[in-house]
Ligand binder design. Structure first.
Ligand code: CO
Ligand code: CO
Ligand code: CO
Length: 328
């Protein structure tokens, strides 16, 4: 669903669960973060999330792996580790069993890599395949990371390049180069696990992952929850090879316009940024990187820790007083 429509529907449900009646609920519907967090005791809080979608790539194994990495990413965005996962499946009656097995194998191997356990699931008949996971994670109640908490002066960092959404859309129209598709698939399959561990070790003020609402939608949510402004330097934003080319060819998925309609009023672009590049920053991502705000004086340590683990990270924005998003 588009962000506006989703907010409208959720308003109806929220009123049944007033936050003050559930003190153990550390993160619930009223703040709409990446996942719910429920405190069990002083040492343990559980994280609960679910994500599933229709195929984003042709290969069934890759599709399963990407859907699983994407679902588990919300646990990492909350600062947690993966414990249990359940398959959520909708498959056409005539879909060959070998293909279903490949999808589930892709998902299962990602859960193993995450250090979690896959314990079952549920399948229904569906015209178009759908796959994903319901995931339970754990985190220390004092170490929960949310979208709120970024402070003026912080540095904003991102751990994966952007553009997998436009590349997979171009691929569906047979308009994408093989190398670009390959790199996008590897990026989407990559777990945010190691990045999340570094982030927890060094400590950050706010965190989310970049998925359906695109860089600017998720960044806006963070800025808004934190009561600050994010100032991006366009030149420092990383893109996968091919992403800007397909944007110039206007191969955007439908979700890009929905996001742009919803978030554009909160974003001020430098006049030097083209219409196509603006829309690219509103284009949905799948299984994107972690986006987090770190104290300015810890930024160098963070960058070198990522470097020493051979993990990519980019410093893409500064947190300032004010509101909304500026892209220079
Ligand atoms: Co998320
Ligand atoms: Co989420
Ligand atoms: Co999610």
């Amino acid at each position: 669903m588009g962000p506006d429509a989703l907010a409208q529907v959720l308003r109806e449900i929220k009123k049944y669960f007033p936050a003050q009646q559930h003190p153990e609920l550390l993160v619930g519907l009223d703040v709409s973060d990446d996942a719910a967090v429920y405190k069990i005791n002083e040492e343990i809080a559980v994280i609960q999330t679910i994500d599933f979608f229709t195929p984003v790539v042709d290969d069934p194994y890759d599709y399963g792996a990407i859907a699983a990495a994407n679902a588990m990413s919300d646990v990492y965005a909350m600062g947690g580790e993966v414990v249990l996962a359940l398959n959520v499946c909708g498959f056409p009656k005539d879909l060959p069993k070998e293909i279903i097995a490949d999808i589930l194998r892709g998902g299962a191997e990602k859960v193993v890599e995450a250090g979690g356990v896959l314990v079952g699931g549920h399948t229904v008949d569906d015209k178009e395949p759908k796959y994903g996971l319901s995931v339970m994670g754990r985190v220390h109640p004092d170490k929960v990371l949310t979208k709120g908490g970024a402070k003026p002066g912080d540095a904003l960092l991102l751990t994966k390049p952007l553009g997998v959404g436009i590349i997979t859309t171009a691929a569906k129209g047979d308009a994408a180069e093989t190398d670009h598709i390959k790199a996008a698939i590897e990026s989407m399959k990559h777990l945010n696990k190691d990045a999340a561990q570094i982030i927890q070790k060094i400590g950050v003020n706010a965190c989310t992952d970049v998925t359906g609402f695109a860089l600017l939608g998720h960044a806006y949510e963070m800025a808004e929850r934190s009561g600050v402004q994010f100032r991006f330097s366009y030149e420092s934003i990383p893109f996968h090879d091919g992403a800007r080319k397909y944007a110039e060819e206007r191969l955007f998925p439908g979700g890009a316009c929905k996001n742009q309609d919803c978030f554009e009023k909160s974003v001020t672009f430098s006049s030097s940024i083209s219409k196509e590049m603006r829309t690219l920053l509103f284009t949905p991502e799948t299984s994107g990187g972690l986006l987090f705000a770190v104290d300015a004086d810890k930024c160098e340590e963070m960058l070198s820790e990522f470097k020493s683990k051979n993990l990519p990270v980019w410093h893409i924005a500064k947190v300032r007083q004010g509101e909304g998003i500026v892209v220079d």
